[in-house]
Design a binder for this molecule. Structure first.
Ligand code: GLY
Length: 561
């Protein structure tokens, strides 16, 4: 209890320090405005320089996919604790000319030598091995995903799009308050890794602070060496060989064969009607289906009548979040398990799930989840094409390892698997059988980028970071925009809640009024007050053009023309 309180105090204090540093950086002009309203094209990213990189591409005639690739590479440089070419992600693309949607899965994969029992030590699961160190590393998919998107939709070559990222890595950029917080929060661990300590600590051995200049020259060289055929150079060339040999020397499993056999997967996007719109999302192993099921349980038009963030509204949300997460236990990699997404999104199941969600009563338990790595970006171009992308190395600084010569931060995506049935991962999600480890399998993800259309025209896009709070954060922002008609700036900044059914506790942001919290507690809900729950960005179309905003909980850029 004492530890919990001191952790909360620490996080609250850190949040205040981050806010103060943000004000200082804003004054220096180092952070872009949080929201923007423009007529034609827009980028919203969890990194201001990344948003700028994407925008510059579109100003020179590049399309939304070109811009997304440039922004993703720049985001990997500027948000290296959250994402990068050592990780993987999901991309949802709306191609306006044809009105078609495309879902690209470039999630990391378990190495071919991985096994369901790989984290058992003396018959007991050792969860820490899946989170930190070489055995936590899964086969990265980021470069293959960006290359595949570019090959199908791009109009620029990879090196042209990598140029802003290379410039940022080479010349340096000011550390944001959020990155400074991530460095200081993990300093005791990452200072022991030669690559990370050389990059994220100053000469005196102190963690870099907000406003300090961060350079990543090794990463710049690696991005340059990927050349014009990044897929070949990363997965079947010198870069891949160096990467695999480093991971194996450290005791990890990722091999040259793992890299050579990695392929991104084009999947059929999920589609679900809501509020006279069509909501598109990523199928498993992403969690788009969970979000769509939650939307389905919320009868259209009833929510505004309940009042935004009123107690009845929050009770309704808690019910659908819980039911959605209960059904999420059937999710896994569709190449290995049959995920009944169609059934879960059928009118019959939604009706049944809604009844359960309305009936569910609170029951007390103990622990909670919190924001970690991952980053989101959204792009709309002047032709009306849109990209919603979420990408990750999993927790902050992933496996807490960097390949020092390549400057690549390694992911700890193996922790998104069930280390053993019932064992919780870093997000307090209990391990379930469909998400058991198998060679070449993709771990279940909470990443949930969405794009919404009405009569075939772009309405909004959203996505976020923060483990399972991504699903509930994107849900709440989508409802704010579609049902409560808020601006994106307001929608992303309203206080949020999160409930993942197990542990049976409702996380509420401390900005949620105390009177509301008290009423929920009196109803029997066990609440845990948390400074911030994840980060969500959004772009919304309106008569005057596009409005967009990133979440000040993490920082970023929203800009356009
Ligand atoms: N690594 C976080 C997620 O994919 O859910």
């Amino acid at each position: 209890m004492h530890m919990e309180r001191s952790l909360r105090t620490h996080i609250a204090l850190t949040a205040r320090m981050v806010a103060a540093a943000a004000v200082a950086l804003l004054a220096l002009g180092a952070i872009a405005a949080r929201a923007a309203s423009v007529p034609h094209a827009m980028v919203v990213a969890e990194s201001a320089p990344a948003a700028k990189a994407g925008l510059a591409v579109m100003r020179r005639g590049g399309n939304a996919v070109d811009a997304a690739v440039a922004a993703a590479l720049a985001m990997g440089v500027t948000n290296p604790a959250s994402c990068g070419i050592g990780g993987g992600g999901f991309m949802l693309i709306y191609w306006a000319k044809t009105g078609r949607f495309y879902a690209l899965d470039y999630r990391e994969r378990a190495p071919l030598r991985a096994s369901a029992n790989m984290y058992l030590r003396n018959g007991r699961p050792d969860e820490a091995l899946a989170r930190t160190g070489p055995l936590a590393v899964a086969v990265p998919g980021e470069v293959a995903g960006l290359a595949a998107a570019l090959k199908r939709f791009g109009s620029r070559d990879f090196q042209t799009l990598a140029a802003p990222a290379i410039r940022l890595a080479e010349s340096g950029f000011p550390v944001t308050p959020h990155l400074a917080w991530e460095i200081s929060r993990t300093a005791d661990i990452i200072r022991h890794d030669p690559g990370l300590s050389a990059t994220f600590f100053d000469r005196g051995g102190n963690p870099l602070k907000a406003g300090d200049v961060l350079t990543e020259k090794r990463l710049a060289g690696t991005l340059r060496n990927l050349g014009k055929d990044p897929d070949k150079n990363f997965y079947r060339g010198k870069t891949g060989l160096e990467l695999a040999s480093f991971i194996q020397r450290q005791g990890g499993l990722v091999s040259p064969e793992d890299l050579a056999s990695y392929r991104p997967v084009w999947r059929t996007p999920l589609r679900f009607p809501f509020a006279e719109c069509e909501v598109y999302a990523l199928p498993p192993p992403a969690s788009g289906g969970v979000l769509l099921e939650m939307l389905g349980m919320l009868e259209k038009g009833h929510l505004p009548g309940l009042g935004f963030n009123s107690v009845p509204y929050l009770v309704r949300l808690i019910g659908v979040m819980r039911q959605g997460f209960i059904d999420r236990q059937q999710y896994g990699d569709p190449a290995f398990v049959k995920v009944p997404v169609k059934e879960l999104l059928s009118p019959e199941h939604i009706k049944e799930a809604r009844a359960l969600a309305l009936k569910r009563t609170p029951a007390p338990l103990k622990t909670a989840a919190h924001d970690h790595g991952t980053a989101n970006l959204l792009v709309v171009d002047s032709a009306g094409n849109a990209v919603a992308m979420t990408t990750t190395i999993n927790t902050i600084f992933g496996a807490k390892m960097m390949e020092p010569r390549l400057g690549i931060v390694l992911n700890d995506e193996m922790d998104d698997f069930a280390v053993a049935t019932g064992v919780r991962n870093v997000y307090r999600l209990a391990g379930v059988k469909p998400n058991a480890i198998a060679p070449g399998k993709r771990p279940l993800s909470s990443m949930t980028p969405i794009i919404v259309t009405k009569n075939g025209r772009f309405v909004m896009a959203a996505g976020g970071s923060g483990g399972p709070t991504i699903i509930t954060g994107v849900l709440q922002v989508a409802l704010d925009l579609l049902e409560f008609h808020m601006t994106p700036a307001r929608a992303v900044s309203e206080p949020r809640i999160h409930d993942q059914a197990n542990p049976d506790v409702v996380l509420v942001e401390e900005r949620l009024p105390v009177s509301t919290r008290n009423l929920l507690e009196r109803m029997g809900y066990r609440l845990k007050v948390w400074p911030e729950l994840g980060a969500v960005g959004a772009i919304m179309a309106g008569p005057e053009g596009l409005r967009g905003a990133f979440d000040s909980r993490k920082g970023g850029g929203a800009d356009g023309f």
